[in-house]
Design a protein around this ligand. Structure first.
Ligand SMILES: Cc1ncc(COP(=O)(O)O)c(C=O)c1O
Length: 330
């Protein structure tokens, strides 16, 4: 058994998630074919990519004897919502440290979408007012310890080397589907934020010896900063998997042209992409991650940077509950 196969995992995800073909959207984009990996259908209280990471993080928490999960995110964090759901599922207490995101539409931001679900899922919400969310999380952990309980802090986005293992597993799942259905995938496109999804996916492909380019569309920082973030995490993931392989310099690709003015701040292209995919394919993207990633994919196809002969796989990482917090936009 490989080092990866020995890492403890608490099954949560409804897997394999569907992999569907979108021929009409492919035609509209002017590419040979477009597939979509439906990780919005991972099955954990609204789905999304974090469910895969949480399989490993929750297993680690349980092994450490934890009874309380603490994590950090923006007010409309999908990661926070899925952590709250995972905690409920395993009978754990959940504390969320959430901070406001300037520039986001406000009418429904504080009472709908992910935040509404966090509360429904039984999480305790702590708003971080001074920008130091790590300090607040540590303070809460100390308080939990003082009552004889055991906290487990999950980093932002669940993106450490353990959380990223969820996407090593997803890479294997995708490769199996490619093999079974003989799919000609030339490139994978996804939204890249705290980097665990992209780093895990790349590690899984490397481990399998498959060099499918993975393009991360940045949701919060410029391309070179994102590239550095993914590379640093990928290094740690490979170490944990005991894979000793030099990384090709062009392995990590990140495009920072589509996040607009900042994390969570809407762009006109995102809005159009969300509307196009909803009305044209019956698939709900989200305003913060997948909407911007799809806007990037559409534009790169339009400019010919993604060629007309390409077969692209778009990884749908979830987030549609966030739409309800952005109601005034749609
Ligand atoms: C819907 C959605 N897509 C993509 C991402 C980005 O994944 P990562 O943080 O692993 O880069 C997130 C992270 O929160 C997300 O919620």
């Amino acid at each position: 058994m490989s080092a990866f196969d020995q890492i403890p995992r608490s099954p949560i995800v409804h897997s394999p998630t569907p992999l569907e073909s979108l021929p009409r959207l492919a035609e509209r984009l002017g590419i040979r074919s477009l597939y979509i990996k439906r990780d919005d259908c991972t099955g954990l209280a609204g789905g999304g990519n974090k469910a895969r990471k949480l399989e490993y993080l929750v297993a680690d928490a349980l092994l450490a004897g934890a009874d309380t999960l603490i994590t950090i995110g923006g007010i409309q964090s999908n990661h926070a919502r899925q952590t709250a759901a995972a905690a409920a599922r395993f009978g754990l207490r959940c504390m969320l440290v959430l901070e406001d995101v300037p520039g986001t539409p406000k009418t429904d931001y504080y009472n709908n979408g992910n935040l509404l679900l966090d509360k429904l899922l039984g999480a305790e919400v702590h708003i971080c007012e001074d920008g130091d969310c790590d300090a607040l999380a540590e303070k809460l952990a100390k308080k939990v310890r003082s009552t004889g309980n055991t906290p487990y802090i999950i980093p932002v986005g669940g993106s450490n080397e353990l959380g990223a293992m969820g996407y090593v597993r997803c890479a294997r799942e995708i490769l199996e589907e490619i093999e079974t259905h003989q799919l000609p995938i030339d490139r994978i496109v996804l939204a890249s934020g705290s980097a665990g999804t992209q780093a895990g996916l790349l590690a899984g492909l490397l481990d399998a010896g498959r060099h499918i380019p993975v393009l991360g569309i940045c949701v919060s920082r410029d391309g070179s900063s994102q590239q550095a973030l993914v590379e640093a995490l990928l290094d740690k993931v490979l170490q944990r998997m005991e894979i000793d392989q030099p990384l090709r310099p062009d392995l990590v690709q990140a495009n920072g042209h589509y996040y607009g003015e900042g994390y969570g701040i809407p762009t006109a292209e995102m809005q159009k992409a969300v509307e196009l995919v909803a009305s044209g394919e019956g698939i709900l993207l989200d305003p913060v991650y997948t909407g911007k990633a799809m806007a990037g994919l559409i534009d790169l196809c339009r400019m010919g940077e993604i060629g007309s002969d390409e077969n692209v796989l778009f990884l749908h990482t979830g987030g549609s509950p966030g739409l309800f917090a952005y109601r005034e936009l749609f």
